[in-house]
Design a binder for this molecule. Structure first.
Ligand SMILES: C[S@@+](CC[C@H](N)C(=O)[O-])C[C@H]1O[C@@H](n2cnc3c(N)ncnc32)[C@H](O)[C@@H]1O
Length: 192
């Protein structure tokens, strides 16, 4: 079972709880937590199967903490999302979140696994919470270079294919897709 560990919990329940799934080193946190009051507002959980990436995330966080002179509420979960899929009551171990996001993971997941993971993650949203998940769009021009020269094959999806991962979920009515400026990266947003 996945359980929280190593976090400085404090008054976590009053904070905005954020979960990054397949977080990598989460460099974006340096852009989000820019002041001491930002640091006080967030309780962040980073989940990744790669311990080294989580160590790197810890180094970024310590740098922000020392710059701002505050402690940041953060916990590191060194797990595969496949562990999440097997957990019958994930929220008992992890609690619920106001924001869940995942970038650079769903492109690697088969439709079946991606749909199952989405279903699990939706259960972790607090009422009023929001989830944002990224996936390369089929029209991404770098696709051919990546596949041909790098043998880097991903699951590129159309908007309909991406949303169809929610075909068996009531959350489909609350989901939409949007793009970043280049149009390569597609996002699915689900409001709870
Ligand atoms: C392309 S990186 C994206 C990192 C970060 N989200 C970002 O956008 O910069 C993919 C990350 O997914 C993690 N990952 C891949 N498969 C995973 C799995 N089954 N469970 C947990 N993490 C996984 C890798 O360890 C890696 O850190």
């Amino acid at each position: 079972m996945i359980r929280r560990y190593s976090g400085r919990q404090g008054d976590a329940l009053e904070k905005i709880r954020v979960l990054s799934v397949a977080s990598g080193a989460a460099p974006e946190l340096r852009d989000v937590i820019r002041t001491a009051s930002d640091a006080e507002r967030f309780q962040v959980t980073l989940l990744d199967q790669d311990k080294i990436a989580l160590h790197e995330a810890g180094a970024h966080i310590r740098e922000v903490e020392s710059r701002l002179g505050v402690r940041i509420g953060i916990e590191y979960l060194n797990h595969s999302v496949r562990t999440m899929l097997m957990a019958p009551q994930l929220k008992d171990g992890l609690g619920r979140f106001d924001l869940i996001y995942s970038m650079g993971l769903f492109d690697y997941l088969t439709p079946r696994v991606a749909a199952a993971l989405l279903g699990k993650l939706i259960q972790l949203l607090r009422p009023g919470g929001e989830m944002i998940v990224g996936n390369f769009h089929v029209s991404s021009p770098s696709r051919y270079y990546m596949e041909y020269w790098l043998d880097w094959v991903l699951f590129y999806r159309t908007e309909a294919e991406f949303l169809s991962l929610l075909d068996n979920s009531p959350a489909k009515d609350r989901a939409r897709t949007f793009f970043e400026d280049s149009g390569c990266q597609m996002f699915m947003q689900i409001e709870n």
